[in-house]
Design a protein around this ligand. Structure first.
Ligand SMILES: Nc1c(NC[C@H](O)[C@H](O)[C@H](O)CO)[nH]c(=O)[nH]c1=O
Ligand SMILES: CC(=O)[C@@H](O)COP(=O)(O)O
Length: 140
């Protein structure tokens, strides 16, 4: 059994609730423990994970967030930089599943957040578990 930290950017409550439902269902199904940490936005997720890694308390991480395009270039920054930060940590050997939705509108977010539809939360949890197990294999 491993212990995962779910780091959620709680920008849209109802969408995050659906995403977290999918993530936790998969972690429970796989027999792993988890905690949830909430940060203001997706841009804060990589930094929060980096701080948590220093604690040595967790075996893997699931990033959860919803980034919906607005009127300005800020969407590109939030979507791109949160993904870049997560990828940099992953390339440094941290097991992270990226469940940050980057979408054009709420309808696209909803279908991807719902566990009984595209279940991107469950998908991110599976990715985190896969990287954790890979790390175990190569450390053996
Ligand atoms: N517009 C969205 C944001 N923006 C906030 C940033 O993530 C960040 O918290 C702020 O720039 C301060 O550093 N965040 C989301 O998660 N989703 C959005 O749609
Ligand atoms: C993804 C965002 O940062 C976005 O929601 C911000 O909206 P706007 O570009 O209209 O300021």
């Amino acid at each position: 059994m491993a212990k995962f930290l779910i780091v959620e950017a709680r920008f849209y409550d109802h969408l995050n609730d659906l995403m977290i439902k999918g993530v936790t269902a998969e972690l429970k199904r796989s027999g792993h423990e988890f905690e949830v940490l909430t940060v203001p936005g997706a841009l804060e997720i990589p930094g929060a994970i980096s701080l948590a890694v220093e604690s040595g308390e967790f075996d893997g991480y699931v990033a959860v967030g919803v980034v919906i395009r607005g009127e300005t270039y800020h969407f590109e920054i939030v979507a791109g930089e949160s993904a870049r930060g997560i990828m940099a940590l992953t390339m440094d050997g941290v097991a992270i599943g990226n469940g940050i939705l980057t979408v054009e509108n709420e309808a696209q977010a909803l279908t991807r957040a719902k566990p009984d539809e595209k279940d991107k939360g469950g998908e991110a949890a599976k990715a985190a578990i896969a990287l954790y197990e890979l790390g175990q294999r190569f450390a053996a």
